[in-house]
Ligand binder design. Sequence first.
Ligand code: HEC
Length: 214
Amino acid sequence: MMFNSPKKIFLTTLGFTILGFLIQVILPYQANTSHGTLSNLSQEDSLALKGQEIYQKAGCQYCHTKNLRPFAWEIKRFDNIEKTGYYPEFTAQERHYDSPALMGSLRVGPDLSRIAAKLDENKLRSILNNKKSGNAAASMHKYGYLFNDDGCDMNPLALSWKVKILMNMGVPYSDAFHKSALSRLEDQTRGDALIAYLMSLGNKHAEFSGNFYK
Ligand code: HEC
């Protein structure tokens, strides 16, 4: 019996640990990243990266997922296939630029992975800055304060450092992106950053895959 021998238990545990690491960590990173796939999906705008921080701080991920699954009903409901083409699911590669990944696990509200393909900027602004009462979305989105601040919480220097650190860790941001972090945040509110972030979700798919498959 295996359980009678400490040596066998040790070796079996080691074997399973290595196998698990291979399946869950090594294999997913073997996806094809040639042909500029990663650069196609990179965020072009450092304001959007800031927006991701705002998204996290405001706690949007507690009610919204960013985890579009490849089922017809999900895609019909949360995506606009006319715009994003026939491979609309959220790929592991897109998460290369998500630090931290904000997949979320509860869908109190709709999935937001392809929100830019569904709603335009004005609609997003009115959802987040909604002053109407008695409306389901309005009662959950009292985020007017994000649009009224004087940019005090934007901290461009911290963002610039963050980009640098991410680059050192292997996230393929460009130098131009890193340099833009300081100037791009000038005169913007946290709300603007959040909108820029939401407008980046699905935008690349709409631009590239969507146009390609038209
Ligand atoms: C308390 C839960 C909750 C939180 C927190 C929350 N939302 Fe929502 N959100 C909802 C619900 C519920 C809806 C759907 C409302 C409706 O059907 O009218 C929604 C709808 C939306 C929509 C419209 C989606 C669509 O497909 O029409 C957007 C965009 C959105 N939320 C963004 C955000 C952002 C950004 C944040 C963080 C700043 C946020 N939400 C925080 C619950 C939440």
